[in-house]
Design a protein around this ligand. Structure first.
Ligand code: UTP
Length: 294
């Protein structure tokens, strides 16, 4: 009997240029922009930890070293906070450096998501792994990564997170089609990167969570630049799907594209509304400004 391969490592590609969020992202990595007071990438690291994964391979690039600093120990600051009696804050800082174990790999230039994932090859080796995009948040009671690991364990096939999108947003995503096998699972038979609305096989869009078998690395190595001159992960995943099969999974939870201005604002409001220290004041404020405008 073939033994089941466990998902033990996660990759967070965070080397992109963040052009949709300029000028904010000229010198500050978009992955560090705060959702209330927690950087996007920390929320992602917490999702990974809650899913039982301890090792994260962070793909960084030029101007992104602040991300590594964020997860590093900052003894001077912790000691200062402790001296001032701000123990709770000091503890929060300590926790930040203990969420997951981070190994960084540098992507030489931002040649696309596929190229970023390929940078993790030597550290991942010959095992399945999860990819979480550094600007994509999924808020759910069971972490999206955990939901997907369960699907992977059941089928022993690569898994991609899917979400229904309105017709006018189809051309912004990788879009999938296939045969429904359960309420939330689809056996995929087509994946297309950013199709025109009329060419799309469905309205099921790929969002930033994937579980991939290591075969993806060989396929990525053979992948030529595609849409926008970038090495597209979707192109290699489409070949992986034809070779090994691929499950599309309609995850439970709310997804926010924190790399997009409006998605970022939505995420801030949604996460603030979950915070007992902020929610009542925010609700009052929103009621007031809405009534003033109407
Ligand atoms: P995006 O396409 O959202 O990132 O990639 P981007 O290129 O930075 O965004 P815009 O369109 O210019 O605003 C999703 C994730 O993949 C990473 C990004 O950092 C982001 O977290 N990425 C993208 C890389 O690591 N390398 C790349 O070459 C491209």
């Amino acid at each position: 009997m073939i033994s089941k391969q466990l998902v033990k490592k996660a990759v967070i590609p965070a080397a992109g240029l963040g052009t949709r969020f300029l000028p904010a992202t000229k010198a500050v990595p978009k992955e560090l922009l705060p959702i209330v007071d927690v950087p996007t990438i920390q929320i992602i690291a917490e999702e990974i930890a809650r899913a039982g994964i301890e090792t994260v391979i962070l793909i960084t690039g030029r101007g992104k070293s602040a991300i590594e600093d964020h997860f590093d120990v900052h003894l001077d600051l912790e000691n200062k906070l402790l001296r001032e009696g701000k123990t709770e804050l000091a503890q929060r800082l300590q926790e930040t450096s203990n969420i997951v174990q981070i190994v960084s790999v540098r992507q030489q230039s931002p040649r696309g998501l596929g190229d970023a994932v390929l940078c993790a090859r030597d550290i991942i080796g010959d095992e399945p792994f999860v990819v979480l995009l550094g600007d994509d948040l999924v808020d759910s009671s069971v972490p999206c990564t955990k939901q997907m690991i369960d699907v992977y364990n059941k089928h022993q096939k690569s898994v991609v997170a899917l979400m229904e999108v309105p017709p006018d947003e189809i051309s912004k995503f990788g879009i999938c089609g296939g045969k429904t096998i359960s309420e939330r699972e689809i056996e995929l038979d087509i994946m297309v990167e950013k199709p025109a609305e009329q060419d799309a096989p469905s309205n099921l869009a790929i969002v930033g969570r994937y579980i991939l078998t290591p075969r993806i690395f060989e396929l990525l190595e053979q992948t030529q630049p595609g849409k926008a001159g970038e090495i597209q992960l979707t192109d290699a995943m489409s070949r992986l799907m034809k070779e090994q099969g691929f499950i599309g999974y309609k995850f439970q939870g709310n997804r926010y594209d924190a790399g997009d201005r409006f998605g970022y604002l939505q995420a801030n409001i949604a996460y603030a509304l979950k915070r007992p220290d902020i929610a009542p004041k925010l609700i009052d404020y929103m009621r007031r400004i809405v009534s003033e405008r109407s």
